[in-house]
Design a protein around this ligand. Structure first.
Ligand code: 5AD
Ligand code: SF4
Length: 500
């Protein structure tokens, strides 16, 4: 699957090894709880998929009278939605659990009442015995397919004082009928989950074990959720799945491909930008590339994780494509979709990686010229093919040194590419105020570049503006607003097809 940014997989490249921010918590919750309600704090680690799951959890609990809080001191229940993708992510969650455990003890000792602590998501299945029996850190362990059971489990642990567990994975659950509670949103961009699980079994990846078999959500429920978002004023939807290219709506009997699904979402409004993540290179189809080319409001940006630049390593990783196949795909995409931008995921120091193999990753990056990259060093995960069959034999210092080289190269590529954008006019969707200053706004281009610019009169979050790019760093573009616009008008002016 592919993991996400300040939980934003779509964030620009950063020089930090955890560029996708998956090890930083995404804390939560704007909706105030009514008095008398039990208050839940949800802390989310990992990918955007986990953020989307926390929104489902908020919806399930909200329907049963639980309110949300972002204040630890105010919470009756703390739920940590966990990530198991790398060891570091797990370590952070354990640290948080120990802290909440100490709070629980203090509360009980001072007669302030209880604090129920739950672990949700990817760490649930693997660590349940440890967390429950050995470390006695939690009251509740709930896997990613068992969230509907949460209210019952909360009641059970409340009544019995015993830990409650459901880590059953499902072949069917897609939570299709639930409307996520978007409690931590800019009101402009939303994520919509279209499938769960993964059948790919990449040698390094724990996701197929933690999130189970791949299943697609029915197209009707996806379109209904997207239409609601459009009605609520959202202007950008990113559809999510571990491998969106293998989307197929089995439930409806209609054979709807991912390309067709994207097209249908794009038809909901000419003012809606549509993005997706993540695309596996092995089955990124020409049909999909033609949707990029022909449908103006499907953004011409593709997150296409390569993982490595050497064919032998790709084979050991069980990625099922070669360096040449990947490069052909990039060339084909560039030929079909003029101006398309790419981001990627790269792993340094996979089992058996030689200096020459590592050099192939660097040369592939030079050749592709990614706009952004999310870069990691290999971390062995239990149960995976790599853990069972290969030796994790690249020393940590070597992994880190190679990762630093990869990051330095990507930063220099991003700096040059961003610099080349100076003088261009880009259509930017305004997402809100810039972190740097209240006098500045920020927004993204179609190609997913973040742009910071001075506030222009009347311009608000959710508006589109044409911005002249005047400056850049490796991570950010700077510009001046030249005019407010609509997406439809901007696409018509650029000669892109608005409706087909
Ligand atoms: N070690 C390091 N990085 C990993 N990823 C997945 N599993 C591992 C691992 N064991 C990275 C891959 C994937 C991204 C989401 O996380 O690059 O695409
Ligand atoms: Fe992505 Fe491969 Fe992991 Fe599936 S197994 S989530 S395709 S990295």
């Amino acid at each position: 699957m592919q993991i996400l940014p300040d939980l934003d997989i779509l964030a620009p490249v950063s020089s930090a090894p955890d560029a996708r921010g998956i090890d930083q918590p995404h804390t939560v919750a704007a909706a105030p709880a009514a008095s008398g309600e039990k208050r839940v704090l949800i802390e989310t680690y990992g990918c955007q998929m986990n953020v989307a799951d926390s929104e489902l959890v908020a919806s399930i609990l909200g329907a049963r009278g639980y309110g949300l809080t972002e204040d630890e001191a105010d919470a009756d229940v703390v739920l940590i939605n966990t990530c198991a993708i790398r060891e570091k992510a797990e370590d952070r969650v354990r640290g948080r659990l120990a802290r909440f455990r100490a709070q629980k003890k203090d509360r009980l000792a001072s007669g302030e009442g209880d604090l129920t602590i739950g672990v949700l998501g990817c760490m649930a299945e693997r660590l349940r015995t440890k967390l429950l029996d050995q470390e006695k850190l939690v009251d509740l362990v709930v896997g990613p397919d068992a969230y509907r059971d949460l209210p019952r489990l909360l009641e059970e642990t409340g009544e019995t004082g015993q830990a409650a567990v459901n880590v059953q994975l499902s072949r069917e659950e897609t939570y299709a009928d639930l409307t996520p509670v978007r409690y931590d949103t800019n009101g402009v961009s939303a994520f919509v989950s279209i499938m769960r699980g993964c059948d790919n079994m990449c040698a390094f990846c724990v996701v197929p074990f933690t999130r189970g078999r791949e299943r697609s959500r029915p197209v009707t429920s996806i379109l209904a959720e997207c239409a609601q978002l459009v009605d609520a004023g959202y202007k950008e939807i990113t559809v999510l799945g571990q491998n969106v290219n293998s989307y197929h709506d089995e439930a409806s009997g209609a054979s709807v491909s991912f390309a067709e699904l994207l097209y249908r979402i794009s038809r909901l409004s000419p003012e809606l930008r549509v993005r997706y993540s993540t695309s596996h290179p092995k089955d990124c189809s020409d049909e999909l590339l033609h949707v990029h080319r022909e449908v103006a409001n499907v953004c011409d940006f593709i997150h296409l994780p390569v993982q490595h630049g050497n064919t032998d390593v790709l084979r050991r990783m069980r990625r099922t494509y070669t360096r040449e196949h990947y490069l052909d795909l990039i060339d084909r995409a560039r030929a079909i979709v003029p101006g398309v931008t790419f981001s990627t995921d790269i792993i340094a120091g996979f089992c058996g990686e030689t200096p020459e193999e590592h050099a192939d990753t660097l040369s592939l990056m030079e050749r592709v010229q990614y706009d952004h990259a999310f870069m990691f060093f290999y971390s062995e995960r239990p149960d995976t093919f790599a853990a069972r069959k290969y030796e994790d034999d690249v020393p940590e210092e070597v992994k880190k040194a190679r990762l630093s080289q990869i990051i330095a190269l990507q930063n220099s590529i991003s700096a040059v590419k961003n610099d080349a954008m100076i003088g261009r006019r880009e259509v930017v969707l305004v997402e809100g105020t810039s972190k740097r200053s209240d006098d500045q706004l920020k927004g993204r281009t179609d190609g997913n570049h973040m742009v910071v610019f001075d506030r222009a009169r009347g311009l608000q979050k959710g508006d589109y503006a044409e911005v002249l790019i005047t400056g850049s760093t490796s991570a950010t573009l700077f510009g001046d607003v030249t005019r407010a616009t609509t997406l439809e008008a901007a696409n018509a002016a650029s000669g892109e097809v608005v409706a087909i």
